[in-house]
Design a protein around this ligand. Structure first.
Ligand code: SF4
Length: 474
């Protein structure tokens, strides 16, 4: 399981990422392209504000009635023939999936894209149990061949250019003619994967939305692999988080519209799959069994926390990631977490605890870009800032795991000292004068701060005296 770890380990990964010039170039180009598409798809700020207010209200309404909607969803799904399984954590979710596969005698799985399965480490768990898993989303397939985790929640292989993909394909498909042509590479993946779809004993997929009213699993995608993984094998297992539920089918279009525009700049994805049950007696295809694994993994705790419950409004469009200046520089792997970028900085510390994930809150400049583009109006910068506070000075009843554990005694003492001086004008003036007098002793190096910039030096004359003389300052 990916865990960001301490500031030291985060810094080491960031340094490593910054040293990879080709990866940074790939990211920069890809991010510029995605942002331009999103800007073209949502050109009018007023229109976007209206759309997102509607989407945010839908998500907020659903979360406000989460337990009730989940109960309704379960009833509708069961009535439709979809079997529901509840998983408290990653281990339980993986065990449920494995049990379902064993019961069906399934030894090979074709998998559609699912960030929740990344969260549970499902591929590793299946691999250890002797089940062969092939990712069918092209980006996921590429990172699977490379033995890497996804670096983006929507575009998992965005850090790779076509030369790198070509080299990977050549190594893994030696019988095929080498090509660096994108169309050729896509065709090659399609041919290899098509065989896997036909042979797989089971398909595993994620879910974008769960509709309580109709008991429907909604899955959006562009490659058709989602449709094939959920319909070609005899067994389909969907896995997703409990927060994905919405109440009504007519609430779906506004969310889909913003999800796809924000994620890829498309008005709609090529495929929108509505899964409402297994194959019926009069149908020629489709799975004979459909199961849904609903994962908590800390979500119920987040939902119960009034300060951070808005985190669960997220529809995983990735737009905050695409607009984050930190992500664009370092890429997804530097975060060391399942979810990178601003949504990762907000979600992972809550999910994993502040000791394991709190360092991510520092991978944020608080520039506010993520909050501006979020299609469900999650106040990301404010919440990330709140999380930082929870790490060092938590609420008395904070439900966050490891709240207050990031407090550094030396740093706290320095800030207290600073507050004592800053709160009293005469102390502040005295300090300013002292620093001015000692300016020649000011250090020229201040650790990482001065690696790329000069250390600030106190001015030769403090501003207060001329200000006081002219009557501007007291
Ligand atoms: S936080 Fe908002 S912008 Fe980021 S992935 Fe979630 S919905 Fe998209």
């Amino acid at each position: 399981m990916n865990v960001p770890g301490s500031m030291t380990t985060l810094r080491a990964r960031v340094r490593e990422a910054l040293g990879k010039a080709p990866v940074r170039r790939n990211f920069r180009a890809a991010m510029d392209g995605i942002r331009a598409k999103r800007a073209a798809a949502l050109p009018d700020a007023t229109d976007f504000a209206q759309r997102r207010a509607r989407a945010a209200a839908i998500r907020a309404r659903a979360l406000a009635r989460l337990p009730e909607l989940l109960e309704r969803l379960e009833q509708r799904l069961e009535a439709n023939g979809i079997q529901v399984h509840w998983a408290e954590d990653a281990t339980q979710a993986n065990a449920i999936v494995l049990d379902l596969l064993h019961r069906a005698g399934a030894r090979s799985v074709i998998k559609g894209k699912s960030m929740v399965s990344e969260e549970t480490g499902l591929n590793d768990a299946l691999g250890e149990a002797g089940v062969a898993v092939v990712e069918s989303d092209l980006g996921e397939y590429i990172v699977q061949l490379a033995g890497e985790p996804p670096s983006h929640i929507v575009a998992p292989a965005i850090h790779k250019n076509r030369h790198e993909v070509a080299a990977l394909f050549q190594a893994h498909h030696p019988q095929r003619e080498a090509t660096e042509d994108i169309e050729g590479l896509t065709a090659e993946a399609r041919q290899v994967l098509r065989r896997r779809f036909a042979q797989a004993d089971a398909g595993i997929s994620g879910v974008n939305f769960l509709v309580a009213e109709t008991g429907t699993l909604v899955l959006v995608e562009n490659e058709g692999n989602g449709r094939l993984s959920t319909s070609a094998p005899p067994l389909h297992i969907a896995i997703t988080g409990i927060e994905k539920v919405i109440e009504r089918l007519d609430e779906l279009p506004p969310l889909l519209d913003l999800l796809t525009r924000s994620a890829t700049g498309q008005p709609i994805t090529t495929y929108v799959n509505f899964i409402s049950g297994p194959r019926r007696a009069d149908e020629l295809d489709g799975p004979r069994e459909v199961h849904l694994v609903l994962l908590d993994n800390g979500r119920a705790r987040i939902h119960a926390d009034p300060l951070f419950a808005d985190t669960l409004r997220c529809i995983r469009c990735g737009s905050c990631i695409n607009h984050c200046p930190v992500y664009v520089q370092v890429g997804g792997h530097a975060y060391g977490s399942v979810y990178p970028g601003p949504i990762g900085a907000l979600l992972e510390p809550q999910r994993l605890g502040l000791e394991a994930g709190g360092s991510l809150t520092s991978a944020c400049t608080l520039c506010g870009a993520c909050g501006d583009v979020c299609p469900v109006a999650i106040p990301l910068p404010g919440l990330i800032n709140q999380l930082r506070a929870e790490g060092v000075e938590p609420r008395p009843d904070s439900p966050l795991p490891d709240a207050g554990r990031l407090r550094h005694r030396g740093e706290a003492l320095l800030w207290r000292l600073w507050a004592t001086i800053y709160a009293h004008p005469h102390r502040y003036r005295w300090l300013a004068r002292l620093l001015t007098a000692l300016r020649r002793l000011a250090p020229r190096r201040l650790g990482a701060w001065t690696r790329w910039r000069e250390a600030p030096r106190p001015a030769a004359r403090d501003l207060h005296r001329p200000g006081a003389r002219s009557g501007v300052l007291r």
